[in-house]
Design a protein around this ligand. Structure first.
Ligand code: ADP
Ligand code: F6P
Length: 494
């Protein structure tokens, strides 16, 4: 990514849409500061999916640089205008690590860790959401399409709507949306729902998220008229419109996100990448089987569970440590949050324990990297992994699963995929598994390792068709057409 000079809001031609500027708001900008002050791509699936799209269309991105008290002047990278938002140290602790990642994140992921509910953290969330809304109102021209992303910014749609009733506002949630039984725990549940209802369109990864949200609107906003529609639900309401009494119709729909398929397919075709994959395999001693995991080091990803399954397969001799290795690459994430520190300790304890028992001198059986890698190295790993283990306990989508498939132009390799990842809805030819069930996880790994070549090829071919059909451009196009109530060209269903 290269930086350039600043300019006004870009006029985006969005995949067949009429010319309207697009302005995105997400907690993180697509780039973040490194320790030496330069820029590097931000972590996570949101940026990986959205940035290629915006790079092609042009537009503005409002977000945080990832460093506290760091709000440089707006600047441009690869035709995308970036508008940094300042976050203070205290706000970082309360809004980002606190309310976003220690309340909402665990709550929306099945409450698999106890969410914290703290009034000061909530106040910081409100303050930072207001700051994002102010910035959007400043940079978005009246005809802009405003597209707000993810759980950090759920109040922003309403905050923008109140000051600009005619605005076109979309919201997309990248993570799961929970059922009432969990959502109801939130002391500020009504405020969050009303915040989202400021959007014309609220999109979810899975249909269960859309129906959970529709049910919660029905429960918490009795004045809203929520009806099923062809594409999900329609909610007619006047929430938060103050004395103006403006009625708003919010569409609630399902839009499973994807990746830039061509980017991974092309990288996998590069000779240097293919050579690197062969060299990597050789450097591991040409094992018969390489198991691979690539994740942010998040407790939702099931990294410890898959390592325990690997350990148990070594223990009973189902896998032979001399012929099988596992590679786990884990991106550092949210390191100051206690649950993340605990998860890292447990993962690293398992790495030590498994290697202590099964490695030979110079031949670890479990290779573990705790760092971010450039995309070429990720694709090299994808080409090297005979079985890709994607075993989250809950995941909005999981793009790693799609990246692995898009990289396997050799139509080889087996994807083991958790039923609890959104990607399982589309990638039905993976070896699907319930990662809560240790025996099932062991069986899934064995199935992947022992799968014969014809079946591997058939499954991967079907997976590649599914991924090719779901490129991120199609996702953006569908969302933005729905937002503008435009029929999609050539879509007979509309
Ligand atoms: P999440 O958004 O929760 O992190 P996803 O699987 O949807 O999960 O997206 C993760 C993204 O981060 C993918 O695009 C993947 O390639 C990238 N990624 C994961 N691990 C690493 C790593 N160690 N280095 C670089 N990128 C990584
Ligand atoms: O949707 C997953 C997500 O929370 C994204 O919003 C974010 O890009 C990614 O994980 C990385 O997390 P963080 O921004 O906390 O480093």
């Amino acid at each position: 990514m290269q930086s350039g000079s600043s300019a006004g809001p870009g006029r985006a031609i969005l995949y067949g849409m009429s010319r309207r500027p697009i302005v995105i708001a997400a907690n993180r900008l697509p780039v973040m500061r490194t320790d030496d002050g330069s820029w590097t791509p931000s972590p996570g699936g949101l940026v990986r999916a959205l940035y290629p799209m915006l790079r092609e269309t042009g537009g503005t991105w409002v977000g945080w640089t990832g460093s506290v008290d760091d709000a440089p002047e707006p600047f441009t990278i690869e035709g995308v205008e970036l508008r940094p938002i300042a976050i203070s140290r205290q706000e970082h602790d309360d809004y980002y690590e606190g309310f976003a990642n220690d309340s909402i994140w665990p709550l929306y992921h099945d409450a698999m860790r106890d969410p914290t509910f703290d009034a000061e953290q909530w106040a910081a969330y409100v303050t930072v959401n207001q700051r994002f809304a102010d910035a959007l109102l400043e940079v978005a021209p009246p005809d802009a399409v405003i597209w707000i992303h993810d759980y950090h910014l759920q109040l922003v749609p309403k905050l923008v709507r109140e000051r600009r009733p005619e605005a076109t506002i979309g919201f997309f949630l990248h993570v799961p949306f929970p059922p009432w039984e969990l959502f109801a725990r939130l002391p500020w549940r009504t405020e969050l729902v009303e915040g989202l209802l400021g959007a014309d369109l609220v999109g979810f990864q899975r249909s269960i998220g859309a129906s959970n949200f529709a049910a919660i609107v029905h429960q918490l906003v009795p004045a809203a008229d929520v009806q099923p529609s062809d594409d999900g639900f329609l909610a007619d309401h006047s929430v938060g419109m103050g004395s103006t009494g403006t009625r708003l119709r919010t569409t609630i729909g399902t839009f499973p996100i994807s990746i830039d398929v061509t980017e991974f397919d092309s990288l996998a075709a590069e000779r240097s990448v293919r050579r690197a994959a062969t060299a990597l395999r050789a450097s591991l001693g040409n094992p018969e089987v390489i198991l691979l995991g690539v994740d942010r080091l998040d407790y939702t990803k099931g990294i410890g569970l898959r390592m325990r399954a690997f350990r148990s397969l070594l223990e009973d001799g189902t896998l032979d440590a001399e012929r099988c290795v596992m590679i786990q690459v884990a991106t550092p994430t949210r390191e100051a949050v206690e649950h993340y520190r605990d998860e890292r300790h447990e993962v690293e304890r398992l790495v030590g324990e498994i290697n202590g028992r099964y490695a030979r001198i110079g031949h670890p059986v479990l290779h573990y990297l705790y760092r971010s890698l450039p995309i070429e190295q990720l694709v090299t790993l994808y080409l090297t992994g005979d079985a890709m283990l994607v075993t989250p306990l809950r995941d909005g989508m999981n793009l790693v699963a799609k990246e692995y498939v898009a990289s396997r132009r050799d139509v080889n390799g087996v994807l083991v995929l958790s039923e609890f990842a959104g990607a399982a809805d589309q990638l039905t030819d993976a070896v699907l598994v319930n990662p809560h069930d240790q025996q099932a996880l062991r069986d899934a790994i064995v199935t992947a390792v022992e799968m014969h070549h014809p079946e591997r090829g058939q499954r991967m071919a079907a997976l590649r068709d599914a991924v090719a059909r779901s490129d991120v451009r199609g996702w953006a196009e569908r969302f933005l057409h729905e937002l503008r109530h435009e029929p999609l060209e050539g879509d007979p269903a509309r």
